[in-house]
Design a protein around this ligand. Sequence first.
Ligand SMILES: Cc1ncc(COP(=O)(O)O)c(C=O)c1O
Length: 395
Amino acid sequence: MAASIPSVPRPIYQNPAVYVSKAIPKNLSLLSGPGFRNFLIHGSFRNSTRNEALGDCRIHTSDIPLLSCAEAIANLKTYRAIENLKSHGVNNKGNQKFLAMYSSIFGGITTDSAAMVIPIDDHMVHRGHGVFDTAAIVDGHLYELEQHLDRILRSAALAKINLPFDRDSIRSILIQTVSASNCRNGSLRYWLSAGPGDFLLSPSAYLKPALYAVVYQDQSPFDSKGVKVVTTSIPIKHPQFATVKSVNYLPNVLSKVEAEEKGAFAAIWLDDEGFIAEGPNMNLAFVTEEKEFLMPQFDKILSGCTAKRVFTLAQKLVGEGKLHGVRVGNLTVEEGKKASEMMLIGSGVLVRPVLYWDEQVIGNGKEGVVTQALLNLLLEDMKTGPPTVRVPVPY
Ligand SMILES: Cc1ncc(COP(=O)(O)O)c(C=O)c1O
């Protein structure tokens, strides 16, 4: 006997009376109604214990308010206000303040975090067709802005994303966004996207590419203590994708999660030939027993702006006799684990010592002198470096 088809609830659009009249109770108190409260607590409109008790998975339209644009914005404002309150709490993780956003879609800058949104039909959202970059804001200057700009433009070209503006205009928009934020110390992150327009796969000719930029401040204290890393089991990205700073960070996220599950700070990728590659959002460098500074080459990984700058700064340590040489080259895991110092390098971690890799102690298991010296050189460069790495922001 043929199985009977279970009865399916009618889509709400077939019942406009329910959709309109039940979905928005007249007396709906926007900021205190059960739907909204549960949305804030659970991040979804799941407020019917009755439905769960009955194992009834039908959607009761009356549970979900149908919002006007003004009401949706009011809810976004409340959501952000609650998130801001939470970020002042005890949990420092994700403790970030969003100070300003530029969007080419709304054609301006906002300092209201509730308005810092991007369209759902943007191809960066539903297809991952976007590239991004970050620059640190240090004492009212953008650190390595030109280098990060060069990289995002290179990434956009490799990702076949047309530019919404030329380089000078993008640069000017970024600086103006930082200026509007009034932020003297923080981060600037920006995206070039294939743009909104539809939910298709192809970035068809009529999509308008978009630029978004956000200025934020991380309120957690800077930590330069030595960390543990593990070798990741997540496959490394193919060089064609690893060399582009696109928004496709799923492998990076999974490798970070894997590290955290193993009580480590980061997980390390090896390349297809087994050589040391990079971490999920940082590069790596080593000091050999012969006091040579060695960094994996960038042909199969992201060319790190911080790593390149540290490479230049490391040459000062050769002059001071703390290093015998600096070199970019292939490194085996065995060589890496035998190094007297190992460090993570990136705009997030700056220069951070690695004390353990898997079960292996690196060097003497203490923060090394070269790593410490490089962190100090980088911090000094961020505050007093030459104009090639420090762009002043006019506030
Ligand atoms: C995969 C990957 N490698 C390396 C880096 C370091 O690059 P940078 O020093 O430019 O931040 C990053 C930075 O986000 C990254 O995502």
